[in-house]
Write a protein that binds this ligand. Structure first.
Ligand code: PBG
Length: 333
C-alpha cells in the first residue's frame, strides 16, 4: 500500500477519529457479524447424551437426538453453517476407518436430522479418517507410512457417503496430496455438482489441536505420534501458497488456514495472493487458551473472544470456524 502525503502533528491528530463511539464506528475498517461464523459441533453416540469436554470449557458432545435442541439457538441467531465432527465409539474404529463409510454413522444421522429440521442451515462435513481409525491418523498406514493414494480412495468414499446423507460442504482436513481433484471428480461422477469443497489447504502440524483430539477420542489412539509427514511445518509460509494454489486449481471453492491466530500472516498472504474466499479455523487449543485464562480471571471473556475473531477479519478472512460461534453470535445480535 502506498500512502498519499501523510499529515503531521499538530495539524493532524490521529486521536480525533478515536475520540467518540460514533467516530470510531464510522472509521472502523472491518466488521464482525454473525454471518462470519461457522460453529464446529461434536456428535456422540447414544440417547439423551450431552457430555462436557474437559479440555474445552463450555463445549459439549451431544447425541443425535439432542442435536436439534443444541443447535436451534445458534440457528435462530443466524449462524450460517455448522461443521460436524464425530466422537466415534472405540469399538467402531479400525485400521481403515471403515465406519466413515457407514451410511448410518453419526455424521450421516446428524446430517439427515439437521437438514430436515433446518434446511437453511449450511452443513460442513469433515473428511479425514482420524475420528474413525484405531491409530488416530488421517489416512491408512502401509509399511509404516500414511499412504497417500490409498487414502484418497477412502476419502472419496467417505465424502460420497456424507453427500448422499445431504451434506452441503465437504471439508477435507487430511492433507493428502491430490484430494481436492479426487473428491471433485468423485462427487461430480455421482451428480453432486452442488456440493462444495472447502479445503483445509494450509493445515499445520500443530500443538493447538490437543483438546480436539480429546473431544473426538483420537488422542489416545495417536499415542504421542504426530502428523508431520502430511500436515505442514509451522516454519513454512511459501509452501502454504503452493498448497492453496494447487487446491484452487483442483477445484476448491474456498480455502482454509488452520490453526488461526498463530497463522494470521498466512491468512493475509493467501488472501492477498489469490483473492478467493479464505477461512480460518480458530482451533480447540486457541479456544481453550482463552477460556483457561478467563477462568483464572486474567482476561475478559467477551472482549478477548471478539478481539480474537476480529483479528481474522482484519487478516482477510471471509469467515471463521470457531467454538465461540454461539456466544459471539449472541453478543453480535
Ligand atoms: C482431523 C482434524 C483435526 C482438527 C479438525 N480436523 C485434528 C488433527 O488434525 O489432528 C482440529 C480442530 C481443532 O483443534 O479444533 N482431521
Amino acid at each position: 500500500m502506498t500512502f498519499a502525503p501523510v499529515g503531521s502533528f499538530p495539524a493532524t491528530r490521529m486521536r480525533r477519529n478515536r475520540a467518540n463511539g460514533w467516530t470510531r464506528r464510522l472509521v472502523a475498517e472491518n466488521r464482525l457479524s454473525v454471518d462470519d461464523l461457522i460453529w464446529p459441533v461434536f456428535v456422540m453416540e447414544g440417547q439423551g447424551q450431552i457430555t462436557d469436554i474437559a479440555a474445552m470449557p463450555g463445549v459439549q458432545r451431544v447425541s443425535v437426538d439432542r442435536l436439534l435442541a443444541h443447535v436451534e439457538p445458534a440457528v435462530k441467531l443466524g449462524i450460517p453453517a455448522i461443521a460436524l465432527f464425530p466422537a466415534t465409539p472405540v469399538a467402531l474404529k479400525n485400521s481403515e476407518g471403515t465406519e466413515s463409510q457407514n451410511p448410518d454413522n453419526l455424521i450421516c444421522q446428524a446430517t439427515r436430522a439437521l437438514k430436515q429440521e433446518f434446511p437453511e442451515l449450511g452443513l460442513l462435513g469433515d473428511v479425514a479418517l482420524d475420528p474413525y481409525t484405531d491409530h488416530g491418523h488421517d489416512g491408512v498406514i502401509r509399511d509404516g507410512y500414511v499412504h497417500n493414494d490409498e487414502t484418497l480412495r477412502l476419502l472419496c468414499a467417505q465424502a460420497l457417503n456424507q453427500a448422499r446423507a445431504g451434506i452441503d460442504v465437504i471439508s477435507p482436513s487430511d492433507m493428502m496430496d491430490g484430494r481436492i481433484a479426487a473428491l471433485r471428480a468423485a462427487l461430480d461422477a455421482e451428480g453432486f455438482i452442488h456440493v462444495s469443497l472447502m479445503s483445509y489447504a494450509a493445515k499445520y502440524a500443530s500443538a493447538f489441536y490437543g483438546p480436539f483430539r480429546d473431544a473426538v477420542g483420537s488422542a489416545g489412539a495417536l499415542k504421542g505420534g504426530d502428523k508431520k509427514t502430511y500436515q505442514m511445518d509451522p516454519a513454512n509460509s511459501d509452501e502454504a501458497l503452493r498448497e492453496v494454489a494447487m487446491d484452487i486449481a483442483e477445484g476448491a471453492d474456498s480455502v482454509m488456514v488452520k490453526p488461526g491466530l498463530p497463522y494470521l500472516d498466512i491468512i493475509r498472504r493467501v488472501h492477498d495472493t489469490f483473492h478467493v474466499p479464505t477461512f480460518a479455523y480458530q482451533v480447540s487449543g486457541e479456544y481453550s487458551m482463552i477460556m483457561a485464562t478467563v477462568e483464572r480471571g486474567w482476561i475478559d471473556h467477551d472482549r478477548a473472544m471478539l478481539e480474537s475473531l476480529m483479528a481474522f477479519k482484519r487478516a482477510g478472512c471471509s469467515g471463521v470456524l470457531t467454538y465461540f460461534a454461539p456466544k459471539a453470535a449472541k453478543l453480535l445480535a
